[in-house]
Design a binder for this molecule. Structure first.
Ligand code: FES
Length: 103
């Protein structure tokens, strides 16, 4: 089955080096802007559900605002324990709009 592509934001809604919480087909995602590219993960931190889209982004690493677990937004891997992952979704830009592909 081909993935469902959902528009989640416009380019400019997410400043470089920041994240936002967005909705896609009833799912809450975190959308990050790193060096002109966009990355989407589940918004809920796998630890206890903290909002990753509200965390501080440094390079490709977001710190959960609740207990500061750190996640690589390009892979979903936990920085300290890469065996622990948060789901990631491909994000693409077309015509100034950002789309996320849900599997
Ligand atoms: S909920 Fe994210 S680190 Fe605890």
């Amino acid at each position: 089955m081909s993935p469902t592509r959902i528009r989640v934001a416009s380019v400019g809604d997410v400043p470089p080096g920041e994240g936002r919480v967005v909705e896609a087909a009833g799912r809450t995602l975190a959308l990050f802007h790193v060096d002109g590219r966009y990355y989407a993960t589940d918004n809920a931190c796998p630890h206890r559900g903290g909002p990753l889209g509200e965390g501080d982004l440094e390079g490709t690493v977001v710190s959960c605002p609740w207990h500061a677990w750190r996640w690589d937004v390009t892979t979903g891997a936990n920085v300290n324990n890469p065996a622990v992952r948060t789901p990631c979704f491909p994000a693409v830009v077309e015509g100034g709009e950002i789309f996320v592909e849900l599997g």
